[in-house]
Design a protein around this ligand. Structure first.
Ligand SMILES: NC(=O)c1ccc[n+]([C@@H]2O[C@H](COP(=O)([O-])OP(=O)(O)OC[C@H]3O[C@@H](n4cnc5c(N)ncnc54)[C@H](OP(=O)(O)O)[C@@H]3O)[C@@H](O)[C@H]2O)c1
Length: 440
C-alpha cells in the first residue's frame, strides 16, 4: 500500500464535523478503494474548547488556518471555513503556494477568485477540487468535468438553492405568502437570519458561475450574471402558474446562444410535466443538455453536513488515487474570456401579470402595445376578482383587475419596452410583473 494521504482540515462546523465523522466511519473502505489510508493530521477552527461531538483528540490543533495550510506534515488542505476572502482565501493560497492539493466547498471564494486560484494550482502541479461547492451532495462537477467530456453542452439549468425551493414549494402547497414561508424556513433552520444571500439569488449565482465555466470552457465571471430573487413572487403568480400549467422555480441557467453565453438566476415558470417542476422542498436539481447524451437530470440534497461531506470526501479520494484534473476540466490557458449575452437579448416565452384599471378600452390598448412590439399572445386571462378574494374580501368593481398573459417566444427587450409603454399609458395600477418561461 502507498503511504497515507495526510489531511489538514480548516473549519469544523456543519460540513467539517461531518467530514471528520465520515472519515472515521469509513476509514477502512476508503483505504481499500484508494489504495492508501487517508489520515487527519491537523485541524483548525476558531474555538478550540467547543464540543463538536467528533473525535479529534489526537489530531494537531492549529489556531491559524494559514499555518495549517503551510504545514509540511500535510498533503491536502481541506478548506471548510467559508467566506470569499479573509482566512479562507489566505489559507487556500498558502496551501497551493506550498504545493498542497486543496479541496474546498467554498463557492463564494471560487466565484470571486477561481480563475486565479486555478492558474496557481496548475503552476504548482496540484489539484483544486470543489465538488461540494455546487449543489452539496450532487456530483455535478464530476459529471460535467469528467463524464460529459465528450459532449458539447448547450444549457445547464438548476435548482441551486434549497431555501428558495423550500419557500416556493410551501407557498404553493399551503397558500402561504412569501413572508410567512420565509419565517417558517428560518424557524426550521433552512434560512439564515439575514436571508438576502439565499432569497436574493446570490448564492445560486455563485454556483452558476462555476457551472458555466465548466460547461462552456469560459473564465468564471460572477459579476456578469443577471440576478433576480424570489422576493417579488406572490401567491397570485403561483396560482396563475398552476392554472396555466406551470410551476415556479428559482433557476440558475447558463445557455449558449448566438450572441454569447447567457447566465441568469431568476424565478422561472417551468412546464408542470417537466422533471424539474417536480423537485420539491430543499432538494436541488441540475438539468444538463449535451449534444450526444441528450438531457441529464441530477437530483439530490443540495446542502446539509453529511451530504456535503460526501462530496468533500469524494474529492479527497480522487487525490488519494492520483486522479489529477485541471479545475475546470481544461488547462486555464484554454479557458476563453466569458462572452456575455445580455438579458435583453434573451429569447423565450413570458408570463406577464398586470393590475389593470377597469376602464373601457384598457385591454385593447394593452394588447395593441404588445402587438406594436411584435409580441404574440398565447393566452390572456382576465380576473374580475382578485385571486385571493376569499382571503382579502370581495373587490369593488372599480378596483384594478388582474390580467395575465402568456406570450409566444419573443425577446426580453420587446417585453420590457411594451410594459414600459403600457405603464406610461396609465392603464396599470402598479409595476407589471413578468416571469420568464423556460422550456425544460
Ligand atoms: N452547510 C452546508 O450545507 C453547506 C453546503 C455546501 C457548501 N457549504 C460550504 O461549506 C463551507 C463551510 O460551511 P459550514 O456550513 O460548515 O459553516 P459553519 O458551520 O459556519 O462552520 C465554519 C467553520 O469554520 C471555522 N472558522 C471560521 N473562521 C475561522 C478562522 N478564521 N480560523 C479557523 N476556523 C475558522 C468555524 O470555527 P468555530 O466552529 O470555532 O466557530 C467553523 O468551525 C462554506 O464555504 C459553505 O458555503 C456548506
Amino acid at each position: 500500500m502507498q503511504p497515507s494521504l495526510r489531511l489538514g482540515l480548516a473549519g469544523l462546523g456543519t460540513v467539517g464535523a461531518s467530514v471528520v465523522r465520515l472519515l472515521n466511519k469509513h476509514s477502512k473502505d476508503l483505504a481499500v478503494r484508494c489504495g492508501r489510508p487517508i489520515v487527519l493530521r491537523g485541524v483548525s477552527a476558531r474555538d478550540r474548547t467547543r464540543d463538536r461531538g467528533i473525535d479529534i483528540g489526537n489530531v494537531n490543533w492549529f489556531q491559524d488556518p494559514v499555518k495549517l495550510a503551510m504545514d509540511p506534515g500535510i498533503d491536502v488542505f481541506v478548506e471548510l471555513m467559508g467566506g470569499s476572502s479573509g482566512p479562507a482565501e489566505d489559507a487556500v493560497r498558502a496551501a497551493l503556494e506550498t504545493g498542497k492539493h486543496v479541496v474546498t466547498a467554498n463557492k463564494a471564494l471560487l466565484a470571486r477568485h477561481g480563475n486565479d486560484l486555478a492558474r496557481l494550482a496548475e503552476r504548482k502541479g496540484v489539484s483544486l477540487n470543489f465538488e461540494a461547492a455546487v449543489a452539496g451532495g450532487i456530483p455535478v462537477i464530476k459529471t460535467l468535468r469528467e463524464a460529459l467530456a465528450g459532449n458539447s453542452v448547450s444549457r445547464v439549468a438548476g435548482i441551486l438553492n434549497g431555501t428558495c425551493n423550500y419557500i416556493l414549494t410551501r407557498m404553493e402547497a399551503e397558500d402561504m405568502s412569501f413572508g410567512d414561508c420565509l419565517k417558517e424556513a428560518q424557524r426550521l433552520g433552512y434560512a439564515e437570519a439575514d436571508p438576502t444571500f439565499d432569497v436574493g439569488g446570490f448564492d445560486a449565482a455563485h454556483k452558476l458561475a462555476l457551472l458555466t465555466s465548466l460547461a462552456f470552457g469560459s473564465e468564471i465571471d460572477v459579476d456578469s450574471i443577471y440576478i433576480e430573487g424570489i422576493e417579488r413572487i406572490t401567491l397570485a403568480d403561483i396560482e396563475a402558474a398552476d392554472e396555466l400549467g406551470y410551476r415556479l422555480k428559482l433557476l440558475g441557467i447558463a445557455e449558449r446562444t448566438e450572441s454569447g453565453i447567457e447566465q441568469r438566476v431568476h424565478p422561472t415558470m417551468v412546464p408542470k410535466a417537466s422533471a424539474i417542476a417536480r423537485i420539491d422542498g430543499v432538494l436541488n436539481a441540475v438539468a444538463i443538455d449535451g449534444d450526444f447524451v441528450g438531457r441529464l437530470m441530477l437530483v439530490g440534497p443540495g446542502a446539509g453536513g453529511d451530504a456535503t461531506a460526501s462530496s468533500v470526501v469524494g474529492d479527497i479520494a480522487d487525490i488519494a488515487r492520483g486522479t489529477a484534473l485541471a479545475m475546470m476540466g481544461r488547462p486555464s490557458e484554454h479557458l476563453e474570456p466569458y462572452r456575455p449575452a445580455g438579458v435583453r437579448a434573451h429569447k423565450g416565452g413570458y408570463y406577464v401579470r398586470l393590475s389593470v384599471f377597469d376602464r373601457p378600452g384598457a385591454l385593447a390598448a394593452i394588447a395593441g402595445r404588445m402587438a406594436e412590439k411584435g409580441i404574440s399572445l398565447e393566452s390572456i386571462v382576465q380576473r374580475r376578482r382578485a385571486p385571493h378574494a376569499a382571503v382579502v374580501g370581495t373587490q369593488a368593481p372599480a378596483e384594478p383587475q388582474s390580467i395575465i398573459m402568456i406570450t409566444y417566444e419573443t425577446t426580453e427587450a420587446a417585453v420590457r419596452e411594451a410594459l414600459d409603454l403600457i405603464r406610461n399609458d396609465g392603464h396599470v395600477a402598479d409595476a407589471p410583473q413578468f416571469i420568464r418561461i423556460e422550456a425544460l
